[in-house]
Design a protein. Structure first.
Length: 239
């Protein structure tokens, strides 16, 4: 397995005082977001980080954890999907894609290792308690994303929640077979939309039947850092 860590963005929703470096270097208590996930990174011999905004400040991390790195020079005009497909061919049969603004239990790797021969999206159970700590209920309906699962297969992801809250939330971690990674890369070039977000892209790929995606559930801890309130909430929750 090979890890691709997506870390090119600016983090425009965090307070200005945190914008002197990439969002993944925001400190929660005394550790950066990336530092909290260091045990997870150590599971991978092959790992690549896609950088962009103030990427020079990530070079010590890259050296310490032995990442290869790719620079997305167009980070201001693109999104995560564009960053992902800056990745060149690899000899790995499976690729793990991970957002860089999340903090999660490194033991999730055990779930990933047991999942074979399919493309998986990690989904968080019991997610609503975390969201209630991050924002008001009305905002949850706008910020959280709907996910539809049928016969243990993901039918749609990333759409707006209309009425009923979903049982799960997407965690920002994906496992892809390399051959399907290539299919998605080809599809991305075809749609010619450098600003499309990840869940919208995956949903479109499902509609067009480019690949199949399956859910991988976990109850392990997980936090997302998008705003100043997220920073305060996670600081109270985390060790």
């Amino acid at each position: 397995m090979e890890l691709i860590l997506l870390a090119a963005g600016r983090g425009s929703r965090v307070p200005k005082k945190f914008r002197g470096h990439p969002k993944c270097l925001v400190k929660i208590k005394r550790k950066t977001i990336l530092d909290y996930n260091s045990n997870f990174f150590k599971y991978f011999k092959k790992k690549t980080i896609v950088v962009g905004y103030k990427y020079a400040k990530l070079l010590p991390f890259i050296k310490k954890y032995k990442f290869n790195y790719i620079i997305n020079k167009n980070y201001r005009k693109t999104n995560m999907v564009y960053s992902l497909f800056k990745m060149k061919n690899t000899t790995s049969k499976e690729i793990i894609i991970c957002y860089s603004d999340i903090i999660f239990d490194s033991k999730i790797i055990n779930n990933i290792k047991k999942s074979k021969n399919r493309n998986y999206i990690l989904l968080k159970k019991n997610w609503l308690k975390i969201w209630k700590g991050r924002m008001e209920y009305k905002k949850i309906l706008n910020d959280a994303e709907n996910i539809e699962i049928k016969s243990d297969k993901i039918i749609s992801i990333g759409q707006k929640i209309i009425k009923k809250l979903p049982k799960y939330q997407y965690m920002g971690i994906i496992k892809l077979k390399f051959k399907d990674f290539l299919k998605l890369k080809k599809f991305f070039k075809k749609i010619n939309n450098n600003k499309i977000d990840m869940t919208s892209f995956l949903n479109l790929a499902l509609i067009k039947k480019i690949i199949k995606l399956y859910p991988l559930y976990t109850s392990k801890f997980w936090y997302e850092i998008d705003s100043g309130k997220d920073i305060k909430f996670t600081s109270k929750e985390i060790w």
